[in-house]
Design a protein around this ligand. Structure first.
Ligand code: EPU
Length: 421
């Protein structure tokens, strides 16, 4: 297993190229099941999760390969509708093959994904959406087994206890595009990744209106064609580097970053003393003055503040003047980074699903343990400003979601290297 070793203190300066979006490309790759033609998906980040989705497609009989950021999914039918536990257990997003398999082949058997380190991850909304379209679904021996000779359009409300669901919307939408008649998905997730999937499906010949809104209207078509399609840039990767620029008191030019997808973050960064300038090529980010100011954040579904940037913001306000409160409304247990940040000298207390962060003057490097993907990124950010050396072990989570992170950071002046443990 690898670890990252960071010598803190260097302000970051220079240019970082933002990669294609992990969370957009995974359901898009899964949706390539909906056609027997070849699809070429561009701007795909070379990440472990993308490799897992390619393996799942391969196990289903769809030959896919990644080359220089482009995945070609070869023409042909699939010959197996089972996504096994071995693959699904390593990546929750594997569940996004469920809707496309059911929509195209009328059958699917996908391992039940279970919970994970950021808390329980139920799938009731996925099942609700597909059942509304007429699927017969049962859970047997840890597998979701779904059957529906031909799905029928329906009106379905997909809001859950924590609001809309990104992948439940993706699954229902991907199943509805080949269903008979009209489907209306109410309280659909509005995240840019769902919008990107909708645009991909439309490029394949699907008939979808209301894209990017909470009401998606889908009129089923008989078949979809192969396309070449480039995914959007990764707003969470961009946001992580935006926070890094302000935290380290440096100045970063983030090529391909798009402000429109990160308005909630930009608003909070400005309260914290950051400046984000929009250019045709991307965003330029730096700190306005000497200090980082405190702020209060509540995570919400899009366009609210994203849960996937919550842990990274905690590293920023850990060094602010004053007290900040961060409340998690999407994953109330997603606070595993707190104990590690406190080991580095932060002063953070957890109160229910809110973290109360009393800003400190300095963090000090030590050995810390990475947990989930975004908590791992938060520790990297803390390491970049901590005095001394921070060693982050178990960094395989980072490789699931941040393309070439240590290379991108070294190129802008960070003292960071990967070593084997
Ligand atoms: N939920 C339900 N029932 C369901 C599905 C979800 O109650 O059937 C709840 C969840 O427990 C959570 C909320 O709804 O409280 C939102 O979860 P959502 O379904 O939107 O999450 P997801 O689709 O499984 C995607 C991202 C996550 C990101 C969330 C929220 C992918 C591959 N994953 O997950 O990304 O945190 O949306 O924006 O798109 C990450 O990249 O680190 C990551 C965890």
């Amino acid at each position: 297993m690898d670890k990252l070793v960071i010598e803190g203190g260097a302000p970051l300066a220079g240019e970082i190229q933002i990669s294609g979006s992990k969370n957009a490309c995974l359901p898009i790759l899964a949706a390539s099941i909906l056609t027997e033609d070849e699809c070429v998906i561009g701007n795909v980040p070379e990440l472990k999760d993308v490799g897992t989705m390619i393996k799942i497609l391969g196990a289903l009989g769809k030959n896919a390969r990644i080359d220089s950021g482009s995945v070609s999914v070869k023409a042909g039918k699939i010959d197996n509708v089972t996504a096994s536990y071995d693959l699904v257990s390593t990546m929750r997003a594997s569940i996004s093959v469920l809707g496309p398999l059911l929509g195209k082949y009328g059958r699917a058997k996908v391992s039940f994904p279970g919970g994970c380190v950021i808390g329980p991850r139920p799938i009731d909304l996925h099942l609700k959406g597909l059942r509304a379209l007429g699927a017969d679904i049962r859970i047997e021996e840890g597998y979701i087994i779904a059957d529906a000779p031909r799905l029928k359009g329906a009106r379905v409300y997909l809001g859950g206890h924590f609001g809309s669901s990104v992948l439940a919307t993706a699954n229902t939408l991907s199943a509805a595009v080949l269903a008979e008649g009209e489907t209306v998905i109410e309280d659909a997730a509005c995240e840019p990744e769902v919008e990107d999937l909708s645009n991909f499906l439309v490029a394949m010949g699907a008939d979808i209106s209301g894209i990017g809104t909470p009401t998606l209207v889908v009129r089923g078509v008989d078949s979809l064609r192969g396309v070449s399609y480039d995914v959007i840039s990764d707003r969470i990767e961009a946001g992580t580097y935006m926070i890094a620029a302000i935290l380290t008191g440096g100045r970063l030019s983030l090529k391909n970053a798009f402000a429109g997808h990160n308005l909630a973050l930009i608003d909070k960064l400005s309260e914290c003393g950051g400046v984000v300038e929009e250019h045709a090529w991307g965003l330029e980010v730096y700190r306005r003055g000497e200090d980082i100011e405190a702020t209060h954040i509540t995570t919400l579904t899009y366009p609210g503040f994203p849960t996937d940037l919550q842990a990274q913001m905690m590293s920023l306000v850990a060094l602010s003047r004053g007290i900040s409160v961060i409340t998690e409304k999407i994953y109330p247990e997603r606070f595993i980074n707190i104990s590690e940040l406190n080991r580095m000298g932060a002063d953070i207390m957890l109160e229910g699903s809110s973290a109360i962060i009393n800003g400190v003057d300095r963090l000090s490097g030590t050995r810390v343990m990475a947990s989930d993907l975004r908590a791992s990124a938060a520790l990297v950010l803390a390491g970049l400003v901590a005095e001394g050396v921070t060693e982050i072990s178990r960094i395989y989570h980072l490789d699931r979601g941040y393309e070439k992170i240590e290379k991108k950071l070294s190129e802008v002046g960070a003292k960071i290297r990967r070593e084997s443990e």
